[in-house]
Write a protein that binds this ligand. Structure first.
Ligand SMILES: [Zn+2]
Length: 343
């Protein structure tokens, strides 16, 4: 394999990634230029993040700029974790947008729509995306609105979400399945629940019985409040994977800062998958070198990040390894979606 140091790894803006051999700038947007790359499946995306239900963001509207949380003018460095690309001031603005925007419906959320997601994905030859709802421990209709939008669009598959301790969690998830949910997203740090809570275990078992996947945010990311870091500890993820071998578990962000724990679990349990969004190039190299390469899937975490950010890392690390490249970018996710009764 070519030494990764042969490639530029630090970019002052998103469009600067066009310095890499696979991309170019077209109408001021970074696009994939190398037609041999892809097709790609992105297993980790969201429409506008949760707000109070009184705010009706039009998820069907196309707007000129996707206005991603890591903005086009921000540094896009590959040798650090994605969330380290935010400067201290940008991180403050991000947190303000996530929290204040959740209560007011303002900020960047109105640009995180289905047509904008589709446009950014097309630009990178992403042919299918999994869109994840997130049920927060506050009133919200995020999963339902995600699913209602996703079901009208052929380029996405919607996953639902219920807080494990919500009243009627089972019935509510069944309703989401009627809206087309083909998986369940769980976010322990945001939901303030341990992934091995008994109420969560019951939901995972149900997902296994219904042959749909569980998609977790996994591991501490380092930028969340201390309490969230506790709920994201990788040691809490092992029991569900071990005790429920008929449920497929996707470890979103591949364990984040605890990627080595996630790699160990993925190797040990055949029902564990690693999704790679947010990892640094060095972490991703460890995932590729050490984990089972048949259960690594691509993800961007749009609207946090443009898919070019993780794609650049995969392309560098799979340079001159075309089979491995198509496994990670497409084939593994296609198999997962098929296994979980989808498409
Ligand atoms: Zn996410």
């Amino acid at each position: 394999m070519t030494d990764k140091q042969a490639f530029q790894l630090r970019f002052a803006t998103r469009n600067e990634l066009a310095n890499l051999p696979w991309f170019e700038v077209d109408h001021d947007e970074i696009v994939l230029a190398d037609k041999t790359v892809g097709p790609v499946i992105d297993t980790h995306t969201h429409y506008s993040l949760p707000t109070l239900p009184i705010h009706q963001i039009d998820l069907g509207a196309e707007t000129p700029d996707s206005n991603l949380l890591l903005a086009r003018c921000c540094a896009h460095h590959l040798d650090i974790r994605a969330n380290q690309c935010f400067s201290p001031a940008e991180l403050k603005a991000l947190k303000r947008d996530l929290i204040v925007g959740g209560f007011t419906g303002r900020g960047k959320r109105p640009d995180h729509t289905a047509p904008n997601l589709a446009r950014d994905m097309r630009s990178m030859n992403v042919v299918h995306s999994v869109v994840l709802g997130i049920d927060m421990p506050m009133p919200n209709k995020h999963p339902e609105r995600t699913l209602q939008t996703a079901r009208l669009r052929s380029e996405v598959t919607g996953y639902g979400s219920v807080h494990p301790r919500a009243i009627r969690s089972h019935e509510r998830f069944q309703e989401q399945m009627h809206l087309g949910a083909r998986g369940m997203k769980m976010h322990p740090p945001n939901q303030l629940v341990r992934p091995d809570a008994p109420s969560a275990m019951r939901l995972y078992r149900y997902c296994g019985d219904e042959n749909i996947a569980v998609f977790w945010h996994s591991g501490p990311a380092g930028i969340e409040p201390k309490i969230g870091q506790y709920f994201g500890q990788m040691k809490f993820y092992e029991r569900p994977i071990r005790e429920l071998p008929n449920t497929q578990f996707v470890l979103g962000h591949a364990g984040s800062l605890q990627h080595r724990e996630a790699i160990r679990m993925q190797k040990q349990y055949k029902n564990a998958w690693l999704e790679i969004s947010g990892l640094s190039l060095a972490q991703l190299k460890e995932v590729i070198d050490e984990a089972d390469q048949d259960r690594i899937v691509f993800g961007s975490d749009w609207p946090f990040y443009h898919p070019v950010l993780p794609l650049a890392k995969v392309l560098i690390l799979t340079h001159e390894r075309p089979q491995l490249r198509s496994k990670i970018l497409h084939d593994n996710a296609a198999r997962l979606l098929e296994m979980t009764g989808n498409r």
